[in-house]
Write a protein that binds this ligand. Structure first.
Ligand code: S3P
Length: 190
């Protein structure tokens, strides 16, 4: 695995889910990157952000990839980058909101990782995504409508994730704790 955007932490014992990569999926603004970094730290695993890896591989920012090469080219790169990352050592992987919609990517995640759907209501996502200008899909119209439509089409697919955790409005640590509990339950069931 490339060491780019990776924070190495000492591994702690008795932590759940460390034998497989933990993949965070869910809509834009749900907190996959922020929560993922903290989760990785807690579990003593490296953290990797798929969108950052795609930008490094492409040599340009995501809005520029969309503008210059189009969304299909982005999706293709996204699939290849995530499949490569999944072949590496266990880590926490934050994916872009559309990654889990790709059949090949979703299958690779199911085969190699434990997936966690971070879930939040549309109003929360609208508020959180309004803080940054880096999401090309939200620039094509009304963000409320776009996120509502995406939630409708994507939520049934995100629901295929191994675990579902609410991304509450409270401190990120609360969400991290909820994921760790869900991973522990998942491990106990295996
Ligand atoms: C996308 C989500 C973005 C990024 C790209 C497309 C999507 O990532 O991959 O703009 O299709 O939902 P985040 O979910 O991290 O914002």
């Amino acid at each position: 695995m490339e060491k780019i955007d990776t924070i190495k932490q000492p591994r702690t014992c008795d932590q759940p889910g460390v034998d497989k990569t933990i993949v965070l999926v869910g809509l834009m603004g749900v907190g996959k990157t922020t929560v993922g970094r903290r989760l990785a730290k807690r579990l003593g695993l490296p953290f990797v952000d798929a969108d950052s890896e795609i930008e490094k591989a492409a040599g340009c920012r995501i809005p520029d990839i969309f503008e210059c090469f189009g969304e299909p080219a982005f999706r293709d790169g996204e699939m290849r980058v995530i499949c490569r990352l999944l072949e590496g050592e266990p880590h926490v992987l934050a994916t872009g909101g559309g990654a889990f919609m790709n059949d090949q990517t979703r299958q690779a995640i199911k085969d190699h990782a434990v997936s966690v759907w971070l879930k939040a209501d549309v109003a929360t996502l609208v508020e959180r995504t309004s803080r940054r200008e880096n999401r090309p899909l939200l620039k094509t119209g009304d963000p409320v409508k776009i996120l509502s439509d995406l939630a409708e089409t994507r939520n049934p697919v995100y629901a295929e994730a191994d675990l579902i955790v609410e991304s509450t409005d409270g401190p990120h640590e609360q969400v991290v704790e909820a994921i760790i509990r869900a991973l522990q339950d998942h491990q106990d069931r295996r």
